[in-house]
Design a protein around this ligand. Structure first.
Ligand SMILES: [Zn+2]
Length: 163
């Protein structure tokens, strides 16, 4: 049983009010997929996992909640880049904005998981090449700070080239 309710929410960042479909309950009975995706019944609700303020673009599980960091993130180039991401659907894009915020806060695992959720959206709408690209982006969030780029590592492996 999945139940939605329309709520008027006041944005934590800009203070403006907008209507959002809020998930009231969901039967998540079932086993997780091998890659830890939530069971189908719950995954159908993925579009409601994040809300977006139509005025300032703030993305959060509940846009009426947040902290001071959430407000300051909206002033960053990272936020603007993520908001303009050419993701093929609004649900994926919301996850990418959320991932950018986590990455900005230094929460790499959360950034990874948000990007992976965007890949699940692509999976479930039968866009395997988008999903594959998003999984690569997700993996990028897990790279250690020591490794700056794959190009850099390849350069170190090629004989005859001195860094
Ligand atoms: Zn707002």
């Amino acid at each position: 049983m999945t139940d939605y309710d329309t709520r008027k929410l006041q944005c934590h960042c800009c203070g403006k009010t907008s209507e959002h479909s809020v998930l009231m309950s969901s039967n998540s009975f079932g086993s997780r997929d091998l890659d830890q995706r939530p069971p189908k019944m719950y995954r159908w609700t993925i579009a409601s996992w994040l809300q977006e303020c139509p005025y300032c673009g703030y993305v959060a599980p509940s846009i009426d909640k947040g902290d001071a960091k959430a407000r300051s993130f909206l002033d960053t180039a990272e936020f603007r880049a993520a908001s303009l991401d050419p993701a093929p659907d609004p649900v994926s894009r919301r996850f990418l904005v959320r991932a950018a915020q986590h990455a900005y806060d230094g929460e790499r695992r959360s950034a990874f998981l948000s990007t992976l959720s965007a890949a699940w959206v692509a999976d479930d709408s039968n866009r395997p090449s988008d999903a594959a690209a998003l999984r690569l982006r997700a993996a990028g969030h897990l790279e250690g700070p020591r490794i700056t780029s794959i190009d850099t590592r390849l350069l170190l492996l090629v004989p005859g080239i001195r860094a």
